[in-house]
Design a protein around this ligand. Structure first.
Ligand SMILES: [Mg+2]
Length: 198
């Protein structure tokens, strides 16, 4: 049986930050820099919003399936190749009410055929009672999690599980004293992941 590989959705498979920033620019009619949209400080400092107002602002956009959202560059080829060596599972902190838009996104970009299952984890912003990504990865026996969130990667490493930090942004800073198992700067380097299955 192939080993399982867990992959985050937002900003790993889907360019969510790009879609959110475009949406914010068009709704607020002002230039807004790309930044860490998962961080309260982004909304407070860059957008002059509290986290609560920001979450409300985002809700309609999310429910509409993040109009304009596109796959991260190179993800389709990379996942097609990786699916030859691994059983691919999406592990996302999206709320379960976004199940439909998440499945639609994957299907509309031809990614559904390489993904075996989608798991919905605990969300850092809403107490939804779901298990953490590290817990899900342990339960499904995932060889590693690929995620853009240093917090999720730290959760994996602290649990003695492999965490691969995806992306190359200045705000992706690992907590002091915890290193990611590996870093994948972009999907064109997916071959470095295949070594895990060897
Ligand atoms: Mg993410």
């Amino acid at each position: 049986m192939p080993e399982r590989l867990a992959i985050d959705c937002d900003d790993v498979i889907a360019n969510t930050t790009g879609a959110v920033v475009s949406h914010a620019r068009s709704v607020l009619a002002r230039d807004i820099p790309v930044g860490n949209i998962s961080c309260e400080r982004y909304w407070r400092n860059r957008m002059s919003m509290t986290k609560g107002i920001a979450l409300g602002f985002m809700k309609t956009f999310e429910m509409d399936g993040y109009p304009g959202i596109q796959p991260v560059e190179g993800v389709r080829v990379a996942l097609e190749e990786l699916s030859r060596s691994f059983e691919l599972h999406v592990v996302t902190a999206r709320m379960k009410y976004l199940r439909g838009v998440t499945e639609d996104f994957l299907r509309s970009h031809g990614l559904d055929s390489v993904i075996v299952e989608i798991h919905y984890s605990k969300n850092p912003f809403y107490p939804n009672g779901a298990p953490t990504k590290a817990d899900i990865c342990r339960d499904i026996g995932a060889r590693a999690l690929i995620d853009d969130s240093p917090r999720e990667i730290a959760g994996m490493v602290s649990n003695e599980q492999a965490g691969i930090l995806f992306g190359d942004n200045p705000w992706q800073v690992m907590p002091r004293g915890i290193d990611a198992t590996a870093q994948l700067h972009a999907w064109d380097q997916y071959q470095t992941i295949e070594d895990l299955a060897a």
